[in-house]
Design a protein around this ligand. Structure first.
Ligand SMILES: [Cu+2]
Length: 745
């Protein structure tokens, strides 16, 4: 290997692992921005008031070795400081995705939003936390991966868009989110030093409060970090004073990380867990009444003469129970799941010449799921047997890729990659609560073969042209494949109640699986242009249009099976909840994301002021004319950020247009346009920082475009006594005064 490349390799390991504590200024050494690798609390000194997206910084040297995969220009990074700043307003890590270009969040429980990027949401966005993947552990996806970290625990999150290199991952069609928690942090010398922070917060709306803490004990080759937090809130109130029922929550997450550096090798071992004793769901019929998890992962990074080797192994166990949380929902109907995740990932990065990097990798991911509903005492309909929804569901994926990154000259870079993922799925036989109501469905399902094997091929090609120090253009082409999840394939009952228990869409509809589903394959072309002043201090503009054609997009059709409920009305109803079956349909999505900033003034007396703005547009439709579900309407942000001495402040106007293109098969609800004004300020002196903010200053009443249906506040009398009224979206949070105090040590 050329000496030049070797030096870059050395620098890479030193930079990513041997951070020195006192210099917490954002270190940007092209193409690295090191701030994201610092623990969240360590970054408060450089905290920006809100999430600002940092585009990839181009480099004219062989760069990929330094910072893992090639970082396309449309990649978004949420730094630890930004994640911690968001804690003032939210305890929901998934909602942070709504702050990046093209990002949005599907409403769910208070700490369980499902991320969506460029119109692709839920399972289409793959989330890894320190390399760990979390499989499905609930038919409503109440415990999505990002619910296993509190925002303040996030040291960095990087969001790769739809044309990202294949080395980033497989089995997703929308985006990949890489979250880093408690990374290694070394300090000079042999003596152990201790530092960390404790913070507490209070939000007036919903009376939310909680604590976040982290502490690191480290020296030059050893680092031990604990990070964790606890948060709880009551139901929130909308702008018109309505208490939005079933939106309370309580959660705690913890992680302990131990890292050891031995010459040019870094070993990290991490354990952690979660406990959620209660989380209400206004857009589901059930609530989460207990979620417990425990996880462990080990990571190795080493530099060799030939390049870099990275290895990860991990295991998770999740135990989840649903029921009803009084007084908003009552009754007795336990539903249980138990899920295990096991996996490894191996990646070799080879510096084959001064111009070429080759990456080869292999990963295995296994998810096992049991989903069962114990009988309800004294219920004819829900007894006497246990309802088995998924019986020993197994999903095994073996992924292999090769990628070539060529630095053609000072201006041109190309990345080509090819990837294969083989997905094996199977599940055992099932039964209902009783033979009379469920026997026919169960017998039909049990008579069929459940084993499925998908052979998925992904590819990605990226061509970057860095015209000069202030402009960059990048073209991306990719095919990304996702195999169906357990419920899309194996949910088996067409009983109305059972169907209503399945679906992470929050739409109040019922779903049944489809054994004939095939994987969906997104073919995406994207183009990104970034312009900025050469020093990137005065202005920056990024424009990123994209188009995806998705073969066999996994959507749903009205359930027409002879055993489906409410036939034939179910096929034509336009103003009520309906019953659906998962189905493949070709579909397209297109859109454009824009973001930028502009320094307005820089003055000793008045500090620094900057304008920040973003605009996101997406549309999606099946080729048969049915609109795709949960397409975020046109939206944007305009903001002024200001710093002066120890003060930093931000005034932000969030604008969202009306949602009128809605999914006809799901009777998706339209929502109106709205604007929200938010303010926040913080004052930091020595080891203490005080944050204060007001969200939704004018107490505007508005409906969440991706919040689904409010199934709790609005009821109609029915056979069951009362049931959810159709036609009511979920209103967003009204005005809230938020404050947080952080003490560092
Ligand atoms: Cu659940």
């Amino acid at each position: 290997m050329p000496i030049h490349s070797r030096n870059i390799l050395r620098r890479a390991l030193n930079l990513t692992s041997a951070l020195v504590r006192p210099s917490f200024a954002v270190l940007c050494v092209a193409p690295l921005c090191l701030a994201p690798h610092l623990p969240a609390a360590a970054q408060t000194a450089v905290e920006l008031p809100t999430v600002v997206v940092r585009p990839a910084i181009p480099s004219t040297t062989v760069s990929g070795l330094a910072d893992g995969p090639f970082t396309p220009a449309d990649t978004a990074t949420i730094s630890g400081a930004q994640a911690q700043g968001a804690t003032l307003s939210t305890s929901d890590s998934g909602s942070l995705i709504s702050r990046i270009p093209g990002g949005a969040a599907w409403g769910a429980g208070g700490v369980s939003s499902l991320p969506a990027v460029n119109g692709m949401g839920a399972d289409r966005v793959q989330v890894s936390i320190n390399g760990m993947l979390f499989g499905l552990a609930c038919p409503n996806e109440m415990n999505p991966p990002m619910s296993f970290v509190n925002p303040a625990m996030i040291a960095s999150a990087r969001v790769y868009m739809g044309t990202a290199p294949v080395s980033v991952g497989g089995d997703y069609t929308g985006a990949k989110v890489d979250v880093v928690v408690a990374p290694a942090q070394f300090t000079p010398g042999q003596a152990l030093t201790t530092h960390g922070s404790v913070s507490g917060f209070y939000r007036s709306n919903g009376e939310g409060y909680g604590v976040d803490a982290n502490v690191t004990v480290s020296n030059e080759d050893t680092s031990v970090t604990y990070t964790g937090g606890w948060a709880r809130a009551n139901d929130y109130t909308a702008g018109d004073g309505t208490t939005i029922k079933s939106t309370m929550y309580e959660t705690q997450n913890h992680a302990l990380s131990i890292s050891k550096k031995v010459q040019e090798q870094l070993f990290t071992f991490q354990i952690g867990g979660q406990f959620i004793p209660s989380e209400g769901y206004v857009n589901q019929y059930m609530d989460l009444v207990e979620n417990k998890s425990i996880f462990g992962n080990a990571r190795y990074e080493g530099l060799f003469d030939w390049g870099k080797l990275e290895a990860t192994v991990f295991a998770n166990r999740v135990r989840h129970t649903m029921g009803f949380i009084e007084p908003d929902k009552d009754g007795d109907m336990p539903m249980d799941t138990r899920s295990t995740d096991l996996g490894y990932a191996l990646k070799g990065t080879f510096g084959v010449s001064a111009h070429d990097i080759v990456r080869l990798g292999n990963e295995l991911y296994y998810n096992n799921l049991d989903d069962w509903w114990p009988p309800v005492d004294g219920s004819m309909m829900m007894g006497p047997d246990t309802f088995i929804n998924i019986n020993n569901g197994q999903r095994l994926r073996l992924g292999t890729f090769g990628e070539w990154e060529r630095h053609i000259d000072d201006k041109w870079t190309a990345v080509f990659g090819l990837r294969n993922d083989i997905v094996w799925m199977n599940t055992g036989d099932v039964q209902g609560y009783n033979d009379m109501m469920y026997g026919q469905n169960a017998a039909l399902f049990n008579a069929q073969d459940h084993a499925r094997t998908d052979f998925n091929v992904d590819a990605s090609a990226i061509l970057r042209y860095e015209a000069n120090a202030s402009s960059l253009y990048e073209l991306g082409l990719a095919r990304k494949t996702r195999s169906p999840n357990f419920y899309e394939r194996y949910a088996w009952s067409t009983n109305a109640m059972a169907m209503s228990m399945i679906g992470w869409f929050g739409d109040g509809n019922g779903y049944v699986g489809n054994l004939d589903l095939v994987p969906e394959a997104a073919h995406t072309v994207s183009f990104t242009a970034t312009w900025h002043d050469p020093a990137k201090k005065v202005w920056e503009l990024r424009v990123s249009p994209y188009y995806s054609y998705v073969l066999d997009y996994i959507d749903a059709d009205r359930c027409a099976l002879s055993t489906c409920p409410n036939l034939p009305g179910n096929l034509t109803t336009t103003n009520n909840f309906v019953y659906l079956q998962f189905a493949n349909h070709d579909a397209w999505l297109y859109g454009v994301n824009m973001d930028g900033k502009l320094a307005l003034w820089d003055d000793i007396t008045y500090g620094q002021g900057a304008f920040r703005g973003s605009l996101n547009f997406v549309q999606g439709q099946r080729t048969d004319g049915v609109n795709l579900y949960h397409m975020m309407p046109l939206n944007g942000v305009v903001a002024i950020d200001h710093t002066l001495g120890h003060w930093s402040s931000s005034l932000e106007l969030q604008l969202v247009s009306s949602k009128t293109l809605v999914s006809q098969v799901r009777n998706e609800l339209e929502t109106s346009a709205y604007a929200l004004l938010n303010f926040r300020t913080s004052y930091e002196l020595d080891m203490v920082k005080v944050d204060f903010g007001v969200d939704n200053i004018f107490d505007t009443n508005y409906d969440l475009p991706l919040g689904g249906a409010n199934l709790v506040n609005y009821q109609v009398t029915s056979m069951m006594g009362s049931s959810a009224a159709w036609g009511y979206p979920v209103a967003g949070v009204g005005r809230s005064f938020n404050t947080r105090v952080t003490v560092k040590f």
